[in-house]
Ligand binder design. Structure first.
Ligand code: GAR
Length: 251
């Protein structure tokens, strides 16, 4: 029997991406993978309630976002202290992958170097060179996509490296920009794709189907051998079905 790989989530807010993993596991879509805990840097974040409801342990750690520091050095020290606590959890819980899901802090170089190619992020844009980086979070990303006039956006699941949002991409999905779009309308459509893409990328990863190129610029992803893609989409239909029903309820 294969031992399940353990995920540790780092999140700060709503937690809908986290919830999509919980649902994919409950529906038997994601296999050989379990959520060992959620680290949260915002004590009122809805993701904490979602985790408690799913019976997943939470770690509330005071973060650096929105806090005033007397110098950039002091801020960096606080960030490193936060990340050290995360690394302690990674070690004590034998975590295989750290999953950033709406986490509003930049991960320190120390953390990235200590756990190379094991920290994954999702970003709500297709072109991360143009629409990724330090201050590109949530609605800011979509507003900037709309004002640039590009025809499509989307989402990208990528490895976290020392360069914010520029690590090798594992999976991307496109979402067209529609006439009359607003940042929030575009963001909502992208979020639905995120909920499908992020679990898929993690399943590929835990099955050893993702290989980072020697140059470190991108990944080779084996979607197709042994009909992996067919089996995945057949299983994921159960989630898409629920997603569509929820969407119709909100319309
Ligand atoms: C998601 O859209 C995610 O891609 C984005 O924050 C949202 C979190 O939603 N992340 C970033 O912008 C990272 N730069 P969630 O809390 O409902 O998963």
């Amino acid at each position: 029997m294969t031992l399940a790989k353990k995920l540790l989530f780092l999140a700060s807010g709503r937690g809908s991406n986290f919830q999509s993993f919980v649902d994919h596991i409950e529906l038997g879509i994601l296999r050989n993978l379990l959520i060992a805990g959620v680290v949260c840097n915002q004590n009122r974040a809805p993701v904490l309630d979602r985790a408690r409801k799913a019976g997943i342990q939470t770690f509330e750690i005071e973060g650096v976002t929105g806090k005033k520091f007397s110098s950039p050095e002091e801020r960096e020290e606080a960030r490193i202290a936060f990340d050290k606590q995360c690394l302690d959890i990674v070690k004590s819980q034998s975590i295989d992958f750290v999953v950033l899901a709406g986490f509003d802090q930049i991960v320190s170089k120390k953390f990235v170097d200590a756990f190379p190619l094991k920290i994954i992020n999702i970003h709500p844009a297709y072109d991360l060179k143009k629409f990724g980086g330090k201050n590109m979070i949530g609605s800011r990303v979509h507003e900037s996509v709309l004002s640039s006039g590009v025809e499509y956006s989307g989402c990208t699941v990528h490895f976290v490296t020392g360069k914010v949002d520029q690590g090798p991409a594992i999976l991307k999905r496109r979402v067209p920009v529609l006439p009359g779009d607003t940042g929030s309308k575009l963001g909502e459509r992208i979020l639905l794709e995120e909920h499908l893409a992020y679990p898929e990328a993690l399943q590929l990863l835990v099955e050893g189907r993702v290989l980072v190129s020697d140059s470190g610029d991108g990944c080779f992803v084996d979607f197709y051998s042994d009909n992996w893609d067919i089996f995945w989409y057949e299983r994921q239909c159960a989630y898409i079905d629920i997603q569509s029903k929820q969407k119709r309820l909100h319309e």
